[in-house]
Design a binder for this molecule. Sequence first.
Ligand SMILES: Cc1cc2nc3c(=O)[nH]c(=O)nc-3n(C[C@H](O)[C@H](O)[C@H](O)COP(=O)(O)OP(=O)(O)OC[C@H]3O[C@@H](n4cnc5c(N)ncnc54)[C@H](O)[C@@H]3O)c2cc1C
Length: 421
Amino acid sequence: MSSGSRSPDVCVVGAGPVGLTTALGLAMAGVGVTVLESAPDIAPSARALVHQGHTLEGFARLKVLDAMVRAGIPLRGRDFAVRRTGERIHHPLPDSRTDTAPAHNLILRQDVLSGILLEELLRFPDARVRFGCAVDAVRQNGATVRIDYTHEGTHGRLEARWAVGADGARSTVRNALGVDFEGFTWPERFVATDIRYDFAAHGYADANFLIDPDDGAIVVRIDSGNLWRVAWTEDASLPEETLPQRLEAFFARTLPGPRNAALVAYAPYRAHQRTAERFRVGRVLLAGDAAHVTNPTGGMGLTAGLHDAFPLGEALAAVLLGRCDEDVLDRYAHVSRTAFRTCFSPIATDLKRLVFDARDPARLAEALVPLRRLASDEELRRSRATALRSVMPVSLLDDDRSAGRRHGGEGRAPGTVRAPA
Ligand SMILES: Cc1cc2nc3c(=O)[nH]c(=O)nc-3n(C[C@H](O)[C@H](O)[C@H](O)COP(=O)(O)OP(=O)(O)OC[C@H]3O[C@@H](n4cnc5c(N)ncnc54)[C@H](O)[C@@H]3O)c2cc1C
């Protein structure tokens, strides 16, 4: 924890990857930020794994990309495999190298990413992270936000000029604002398992969508050894207590070679497609899973959250530092909500239906046509990647900056702003 006793400009609730990324953007711009986190430390969880090129650009701006690349492994392609026919469609990822981002996607465990973000954040004297502080209530008036929390059984209170709710899918902040979480819950339960097994020896790519209405699965390499994530679905009405037996049966049916997989961890969880009705209420903004959740097929959950965090940290800092007026925060709320509803959520929904639910052979055949086309047409893959990048800006201010727009803001000298890299 760094020191610093005055009220922060911004309180971020939740030290998940989205909260820490938002806080880092604020701290880099010279804004005082306090992160309140209910857990005692960063939870060791391998949930999200894959970071795409456009996301890496955002991390390059925050100066953590080098550390991430050192800690992760490159991901250069993915396979769609139809279990029943044995067809395997390989998509090499297009080289989407930019001035700042590497040519490949990156595999990096979510908790390792959070550790890198935390270390960088705590270099800033006006940044604090307080673990073990569970936020209970959030209230605001026209000038400040008051955040009540419990720390080791004692009640505490923090006042900040702005607050960001990045406290995950069950967000206390979202509930305190009375914002609806519209959408639905899938009838299936996802089961994420981490196993040691040599999938590469059986022709697997680093990321694989195994299409089958009974035994669909997502298989992704976790490290450069033989640790892999295998995620599959089952009827959510089945009892969780008997999951270990079903796990064993699933691997007996689906492993491509010897039955010598070593189970390292497994976690059952429900999946949803939900979006908060609003991402901004006055001086409080929502980001990440607090604002939207998706089923995990395609790795869109954290990707969407990071594409909230990059522009939000920068935009909120710009408001506080007098570089632009609050309209930019409404723009954040609109752009992020629209990107989730029109891009991230539909991609994840279509992929989930393809991988796990394609029972009708005619519909499956139809769905495979564009995948085969993408496999053979590099230009098409590149233009898809470019189109995706355009709906996921890492900055809402680049256009303003190039147009030279300036606003009254909240009253610090504009000269104190650090330009992003
Ligand atoms: C098994 C699994 C696999 C997944 N795989 C992928 C993947 O491959 N790719 C992908 O993009 N996404 C994946 N996701 C989704 C991804 O993990 C989430 O989208 C991501 O964690 C969202 O980050 P976040 O920071 O918004 O929320 P979280 O990571 O949930 O962090 C929220 C933080 O807020 C804290 N908090 C909660 N309530 C309070 C409170 N009242 N006061 C203070 N702190 C609080 C929590 O302790 C937590 O640290 C997966 C999810 C699961 C469950």
